[in-house]
Ligand binder design. Sequence first.
Ligand code: UDX
Ligand code: UDX
Length: 457
Amino acid sequence: MPFVKNVLCIGAGYVGGPTMAVIAQKCPDYRITVVDINPQRIADWNSDDLPIYEPGLLEVVKSCRGRNLFFSTDIAGSIRQADIIFVSVNTPTKTYGEGAGMASDLQYWEKTAHEILKYAESDKIIVEKSTLPVRTAEAMERILKSSGNSVHFEVLSNPEFLAEGSAVKDLLNPDRVLIGGQAHPKGQKAIGELTDLYANWVPRDRIITTNLWSSELSKLVANAFLAQRISSINSISALCEKTDADVSEIARAIGTDQRIGNRFLMASVGFGGSCFRKDILNLVYIARSYGLNEVADYWHQVVQLNDFQKNRFVHRMLTEMFNTVSGKKIAAFGFAFKAETGDTRDSAAITIVEKLLEERALVRLTDPQALSNARKDLIDSSLLSFHDNPYEAAEECHAIAVLTEWPLYRSLDYHRIYSAMKKPAFIFDGRNILDHQTLHRIGFNVFPLGKSALTHF
Ligand code: UDX
Ligand code: UDX
């Protein structure tokens, strides 16, 4: 049976892979190909050991791989065949030259635009899936029009809002799908074609269409607003520790106001992940480049508060453990940037563990998914060891620091852990997931975030 359309995705990462798998499952009439410059990634997508861990993803991939979902290294041939091309290559924060540490590094994205131009022989819709600075589509269009041949490219923006650990769920049942395009007839026609694709499973009233620039900017703004909530509650956690107020009680009290809402109000050691810091810094850079310094400063504070929270956590550990952790064993419970993922990109745990090592603590790291990434993130040190088993990690330790909210850490036998630790035993719950009263009764000195400490001194 011939397919209605050929869809290509360039970039088989955390976003491209799961998104295309769900599109393939829900749109059996479309032929979906995913390519990547990294042949190992493609080989992994073609195996049962997928390159990323997401609940339910393997089942979705298996349901359509070889039917209408193909992972390939043939970038040129796939571009030639495609009607719609999603670009989902990474756009990290620039590490060099102008805008270093703030702006997006668009080198992969631009290289991809040139590849499309080189191989395309027929009209195509180009869909920006990568998070990009506002008005990037304009640059994309300029590159694509630079050959002067008769092939027409219509650029759309279609940012992805999935969160890691719930990618499949988010893709199957999105709050909204956002499609931005140009107002002229060709732009509107392209928007219509992409809308038809998503309408295979997303109700049409959840597919929002906007102009290109609103769509590009919405992605940065959505992440900035989410991160801002975390920095807001984290700032209050610091104040709670000084005033005997309780940050969880405050989150509950304010979250019941429907205008505020109760989600994303959990105080933590700080937000991490591949997007929040990168996207906010990008927003800051863009605002500053338009001379909007007050706007830039406002959003920059969200990132600065996050850094403050990480530093504050380590500082509190030091102060409470009699101003030194040198030579003391500390078990770090969790290294992933959040639970249900092995991803450690920009994880708060990286900063915290590095700082503890600087203070010459002996850090014993445990995490159910992220140890192999942790080994790559941290510089080899005789002060650092890795443990699959949290009981083993905590043995002979002076303190435990909970850095990731894995449910597993709630159900451990803390009597057993306490009896194997050095006394006085400390526990710093950087995610407020443990039962603090019970831990205190067992004998621990408990330091939750944004709540009064429970000590035996
Ligand atoms: C995505 C988005 O693209 C990014 O803009 C957003 O901010 C975060 O999510 P992600 O899927 O997480 O990135 O990135 P990653 O997992 O690194 O995947 C990108 C893939 O693109 C990699 O597999 C890489 O090999 C591939 N790639 C990169 C290409 O195929 N071609 C290139 O030129 C560059
Ligand atoms: C985020 C956005 O949620 C998603 O829409 C976007 O597409 C990509 O970026 P992700 O980075 O996967 O997704 O994770 P998210 O669940 O948003 O968590 C980000 C960080 O915030 C994690 O470190 C998490 O632990 C932290 N967090 C989240 C808190 O500290 N408190 C909260 O209440 C919620």
